[in-house]
Design a protein around this ligand. Structure first.
Ligand code: PEP
Length: 266
């Protein structure tokens, strides 16, 4: 179902062709994290939808995904237009189906309120909620069962890179966090070196090229995003790098103008 959020108007085209088309496009994903009140979430949504509407060619070149906090999902969804041009996603989901799990949100609930994707295993969840690769794989399995695209984050810390263990770290994360249900269509891998998130430091194009080539061996034809201080100024160069199929954007996704200018660079 999520596929038609990405390809409004392409309902007549066979699913495999839709997939093929989608795989050729970059994915520009905005992670709003725990920011903003309802008014600012709706203003940001408006800015992004207006920007996408004003540039009809944009969605030919990239898919646009926004991931607001849970509490704003339904209201943001209602403001995405009909059919929605921008895909809606969440920032996490439960590894359980339903029931007595106070405070958690299931993947099926996300699908029910209009989400087509969910970010899983972000380094902030790994750090603040001690999420393991096995837990992330379980969440991704539930996301797939609910028809959601799982955007699974991996990446090494600064000390791991300094120690030269970044490939081993990422290999172990991929091995543990990618579920058996993974297909190139239902999974996106986001490489986010932890030391580049929210710091203003970006990995060099050579570091990104090397790591994305490494991840490609596990990803098959699934899209691989780069995340970590992506901005309008560095987006074009990143997007030119081999195996970079888009970006996961934190800070710059909170300003419609910056987010759109990253999308335009795709
Ligand atoms: C992120 O949190 O996924 C991220 C990449 O953040 P930023 O763009 O702010 O570095």
């Amino acid at each position: 179902m999520g596929i038609f959020f990405i390809f409004p108007g392409l309902d007549d085209i066979p699913l495999e062709i839709c997939y093929t088309l989608r795989m050729q496009k970059k994915l520009i994903a905005g992670n709003w994290k725990m920011n903003g009140d309802l008014a600012s979430a709706l203003a940001l949504t408006r800015g992004i939808v207006e920007g996408v509407n004003a540039d009809p060619g944009l969605l030919q070149r990239c898919d646009v995904l926004i991931c607001p906090p849970f509490v704003h999902l339904a209201r943001v969804r209602a403001n995405l237009g009909q059919p929605p041009l921008v895909m809606l996603g969440a920032q996490d989901c439960s590894e359980r189906e339903n029931g007595a799990v106070t405070g958690d949100i299931s993947a099926a609930m996300l699908a029910d309120c209009g989400c087509g994707a969910v970010i899983l295993g972000h380094s902030e969840r790994r750090q603040f909620h001690q999420e393991s690769d096995a837990l992330i794989a379980a969440k991704a399995g539930k996301a797939h069962a609910a028809g959601l695209i799982a955007v699974i984050c991996v990446g090494e810390s600064e000390s791991q890179r300094a120690a030269g263990t970044h490939f081993e770290v990422v290999a172990a994360q991929l091995k543990g966090a990618l579920p058996a249900s993974m297909t190139p269509e239902n999974t996106v891998i986001a490489y986010e070196p932890v030391w580049a998130i929210g710091t203003g430091k970006t990995a060099t194009p050579e570091d990104v090229r090397e790591m994305h080539a490494f991840i490609r061996k596990s990803a098959g034809s699934a899209r691989i995003l780069y995340g970590g201080s992506v901005k309008p100024e560095n987006a074009a160069e990143l997007f030119k790098t081999e195996n970079v199929d888009g970006a996961l954007i934190g800070g710059a996704s909170l300003k419609a103008e910056q987010y759109l200018s990253i999308a335009k660079a795709a």
